[in-house]
Design a protein around this ligand. Structure first.
Ligand SMILES: [Zn+2]
Length: 70
């Protein structure tokens, strides 16, 4: 049987700090003195933000390029 109720499906991520299920949404990430809206998993309770390694290494480089273009 595979009809598991959605409410019982575990969230893909939980907060490493307080254990709260993380929420996917746009948050503002401060970088080099500017804030950018980025869709990330974050904790509503303690505001911990999950930044995947690929994002930290890739997206931030893109942001850096955006800044240099201006
Ligand atoms: Zn938390």
């Amino acid at each position: 049987m595979s009809d598991v109720p959605l409410s019982e499906a575990p969230p893909p991520w939980t907060c490493a700090r307080c254990g709260e299920p993380l929420t996917l949404g746009e948050i503002e990430v401060a970088y080099l003195g500017s804030a950018f809206p980025v869709k990330l998993w974050h904790c509503k309770r303690c505001r911990l933000v999950l930044i995947p390694e690929e994002l930290a290494q890739g997206r931030m480089l893109e942001v850096e390029k955006m800044l240099e273009d201006k």
